[in-house]
Design a protein around this ligand. Structure first.
Ligand code: SF4
Ligand code: SF4
Length: 132
């Protein structure tokens, strides 16, 4: 088995540095069961928050650790917003992901192909991202 560090997301992070990451405010309200750290968010409108750093012309989530395209991971993986959980890397489940492809291309990275998943990785280590 190859190293968990070979999971494509752990060499990427592009989607955490490309999209505005917006979600309902309740996801950062612990009294309502929310888990996103509120100090890492900012108000977007009466209904939504955004991860700090993502509502800009050149987004980069404040929780993103590392260097895009080299080694990157989410610093709040277990507490990341729902939109982050929904983004799938291309071909992990057998189909392309337009968000993944768009983010990678924007950062000058090639889109993932089925070959990137040819070897198994350590499923005990969570992959990265996931935005909206
Ligand atoms: S989902 Fe795609 S763009 Fe996001 S970190 Fe993984 S490989 Fe990169
Ligand atoms: S997965 Fe983590 S680093 Fe990426 S956008 Fe979401 S909160 Fe930020």
């Amino acid at each position: 088995m190859v190293s968990s560090m070979e999971h494509p997301c752990l060499r990427c992070g592009a989607c955490c540095a490309h999209f505005r990451v917006a979600f309902h405010w309740s996801e950062a309200d612990a009294s309502l069961g929310g888990c996103v750290p509120p100090e890492l968010t900012e108000k977007l409108d009466p209904h939504r928050l955004a991860m700090r750093g993502t509502d800009t012309a050149q987004p980069r989530c404040v929780a993103l650790q590392g260097t895009v395209g080299v080694a990157a991971h989410c610093g709040i993986y277990a507490r990341r917003p729902s939109v982050c959980r929904e983004v799938q890397p291309s071909w992990e489940s057998g189909t392309i992901s337009l968000q993944c492809d768009k983010a990678r291309l924007a950062h000058g990275l090639p889109v993932l192909t089925p070959r990137d998943w040819f070897q198994p990785f350590d499923a005990d280590t969570p992959p990265l991202p996931q935005i909206a």
